[in-house]
Design a protein around this ligand. Structure first.
Ligand code: CP
Length: 319
């Protein structure tokens, strides 16, 4: 009986771990949290129009441009019956008059139950979460982390592969500045993957992330040539070279078209291969790939709505 009570209490604690907790880095959540959120997102995919956020106000503060992250959050909130306040351009806010991030966050906390924030400075989301009395969800902080993208990527991988375990994952493009690949690599490291990192020399996966894989005993291989990693891949995750993070435009010009995935390159690939991209794309996936059944990036963007419904309702303790 005591054991039964302990088990019940442990399960209840596990279920509440996300409640009121900011989501800043994918490492703030455990493997069990990822799997729980995937289950909840599956429920929302079956029934997206649940009025769970009725009476709630979510702030959406985008200090950097966005299409998918902002609009899929807005779609998720609207489908759940919540309301949104915020801005899509910091120059229309009092930041333009010199207001600090701290003062902006403290003020917006008065008007909302949760803040979704994208900001160009690495660490800004963590800082916001430390001053805000309401939970903060990081919608991308510079080249650092993009945890909600990562969770929808996990959802997309699970949905297309039937599992997250033991997959061969090729991460391609800007592995230095691409925050989505940093988050995804850290999360997938829980599931015994084999990674292939394909990038120009100057855009390699940062050493700190590779040290983490070494410590965890995860296999990874670095390549210059995209074709080397394609035949064995279950997932090819393409990324855009992040022009806005380069201090020297000449360096960007040297690498901007380093990799272009074309339909003809997919002939000898595995049947279960799916091509993901957080989008937006520039040139790195040729449009002739779009009609290939292995292209999955637009469905991936749709999955963002269900996963963001799962994240918001879990943090607000509604699921
Ligand atoms: N994937 C992603 O973050 O896209 P947006 O920049 O359009 O939000």
């Amino acid at each position: 009986m005591i054991v039964g009570n302990l088990l019940l209490s442990t399960n209840a604690n596990k279920q509440n771990l996300m409640k009121n907790k900011s989501l800043i880095s994918i490492t703030d959540y455990s493997k069990e949290d990822y799997l729980k959120l995937i289950e909840i997102a599956e429920e929302f995919e079956k029934n997206p129009k649940q009025q769970l956020l009725k009476g709630y106000v979510i702030a959406s503060l985008f200090f950097e441009p966005s299409t998918r992250t902002r609009l899929s959050f807005e779609s998720a909130i609207n489908r759940l019956g919540g309301r949104i306040v915020g801005f899509t351009d910091a120059s229309s806010s009092s930041v333009k008059k010199g207001e600090s991030l701290k003062d902006t966050i403290l003020t917006v906390s008065n008007y909302s139950d949760l803040i979704v924030m994208r900001h160009p400075i690495e660490g800004s989301a963590r800082y916001a979460s430390e001053v805000a009395p309401v939970p903060v969800v990081n919608a991308g902080d510079g080249a650092n982390q993009h945890p909600t993208q990562c969770l929808l990527d996990l959802y997309s991988i699970k949905k297309t592969q039937g599992t997250l375990d033991n997959l061969n994952i090729a991460l391609v493009g800007d592995l230095k500045y691409g925050r989505t690949v940093h988050s995804l690599m850290m999360a997938m490291a829980h599931f015994n993957p084999t990674f292939n990192f394909i990038s120009p020399e100057s855009l390699r996966m940062p050493q700190g992330y590779k040290n983490h894989l070494d410590n965890e005993g995860i296999k990874y291989y670095e390549h210059d040539v995209l074709e080397d990693a394609i035949p064995h891949a279950d997932i090819i995750y393409m990324t855009r070279v992040q022009k806005e993070r380069f201090s020297d435009p000449i360096e960007y010009e040297k690498v901007k078209n380093a990799y272009v995935l074309r339909n003809a390159m997919l002939d000898e690939t595995k049947d279960n291969l799916r091509i993901l991209h957080p989008l937006p794309r520039v040139n790195e996936i040729h449009e002739d790939v779009d009609s290939n059944p292995k292209a999955y990036y637009f469905e991936q963007a749709l999955n963002g709505v269900f996963m963001r419904q799962a994240i918001l309702t879990s943090i607000l303790g509604l699921k």
